[in-house]
Design a protein around this ligand. Structure first.
Ligand SMILES: C[S@@+](CC[C@H](N)C(=O)[O-])C[C@H]1O[C@@H](n2cnc3c(N)ncnc32)[C@H](O)[C@@H]1O
Length: 370
């Protein structure tokens, strides 16, 4: 299959083939980390991911209402924190900076919030940092960039992460006749990258499903990177107060299934065929992230469906306000964008929203019907 899609190896495939020849097969997580984040040939370092000319479109790129409502959500939580005069406003994986641009416009309603916010962007891609800088400078703010969460100074912190956790590298395990083996990436007979199974069983403490709860061939995914990152973030939130809003596609409870997915030119693509030139994601296991957050001392709200969350924050009202006095064609565009991010058969159901908060914060809006 890979031959049909990619007659030639990408530069990153060349590097990976050399590496595997030298050191042996690599985990799916190592493959994913390089495919997305290799400093020279990684997808986010070398490609144009977003929009009609790119590979995929995210909610803030579809409708400004997404970021505006999240901005109002942040204002509420800042108030709940006691309106601190200095706090970190953080975005994980800000893409082209569109979401933060909309958030900043909406939060300008409260001058004290804008004045108190120190804006931090956690971003690996140099190309995207340049785009973020251009866009946000035009909004009159000077963001700071972090390579790691630990770079962000201790202070009350409000975080937004849209389609970030699905980029974190996942490990995959496959059920065999008895027990499990790790799925690895090796070199196939045709000289191209191919999946194989490791020879030894994974450690018992990985918590893989028992023989009665799975069948040979089943895949189970564990995102150790996402769990560890969550534990680190919660440490900061619990120590200094704050909340994180996590929005992504994924499942509410851990379960069986292969969700590793590549996308190129807005269509699905074989995961191993053009490393570094296609987006690569895995569904977020919200259940595992919530467990890690609770274990580290946070309160967890949701996950709830994105459509319901946006409804509760007032997407209908905001859509009508935005349509007011606009020409008919523009109104249609605004309504279509709002429907695409909130309708259950579009992004409204598959995308989920979860809040991780310091335990002293009151329940945030968006997670309960009033
Ligand atoms: C799918 S995009 C989401 C963009 C944006 N949040 C939006 O809603 O349009 C993923 C973003 O996360 C960044 N990213 C991916 N892995 C990362 C990592 N390990 N650390 C920091 N940023 C990362 C990418 O460069 C990109 O900005």
């Amino acid at each position: 299959m890979s031959g049909d899609f990619a007659p030639n190896r990408t530069p990153l495939e060349e590097r990976l083939v050399d590496l595997i020849r030298l050191k042996g097969p690599i985990t799916v997580a190592d493959y994913m980390a390089d495919a997305l984040g290799h400093p020279h040939d990684g997808y986010y370092m070398s490609q144009t991911p977003f929009g009609a000319d790119g590979d995929f479109t995210t909610a803030p790129e579809i409708s400004q209402i997404f970021g505006e409502l999240i901005g109002l959500w942040l204002l509420e939580n800042w108030r709940a924190l006691g309106s601190p005069g200095d706090f970190n406003l953080v975005e994980f994986g800000p893409g082209r900076g569109v979401l933060m641009e909309d958030i900043l416009r909406a939060t300008r309603l409260r001058a004290a919030f804008s004045k108190a916010a120190c804006l931090w962007l956690l971003e690996t891609s140099g190309r995207l940092r340049v785009e973020q800088q251009k866009r946000l400078r035009a909004s009159g703010v000077k963001p700071l960039w972090a390579d790691e969460f630990a770079d962000i100074p201790p202070a009350p912190t409000l975080i937004v992460a849209n389609e970030f956790f699905d980029c974190l590298p996942v490990r995959q395990f496959q059920r065999v006749d008895r027990g499990w083996r790790e799925r690895l990436v090796d070199i196939g007979e045709d000289g191209r990258l191919a999946f194989i199974l490791g020879k030894t069983p994974p450690p018992a403490n990985y918590g893989l499903p028992g023989d009665d709860d799975s069948e040979p061939g089943d895949i189970f995914e564990i995102n150790f990177a996402a769990r560890d990152f969550m534990t680190e973030v919660v440490g900061g939130l619990v120590a200094h107060g704050g909340a994180a809003l996590i929005i992504d596609y994924g499942h509410v409870a851990s379960g069986l299934g292969d969700t590793l997915q590549a996308v190129r030119d807005h269509r699905y693509w074989p995961a191993l065929s053009t490393p570094g030139q296609a987006d690569l994601t895995a569904h977020v296991d919200f259940g595992a992230l919530a467990d890690a957050a609770v274990d580290a001392g946070a309160a967890v709200y949701g996950p709830t469906a994105q459509g319901r969350f946006l409804d509760r924050l007032g997407i209908k009202l905001r859509t009508e306000m935005l349509c007011k006095d606009k020409p008919e064609a523009e109104q249609q565009k605004i309504r279509a964008g709002a429907a695409r991010i909130a309708a259950p058969d579009k992004m409204g159901e598959i995308f989920k929203v979860m809040c991780i908060a310091s335990p002293d914060l009151p329940a945030p809006p968006g997670f309960f019907d009033l």
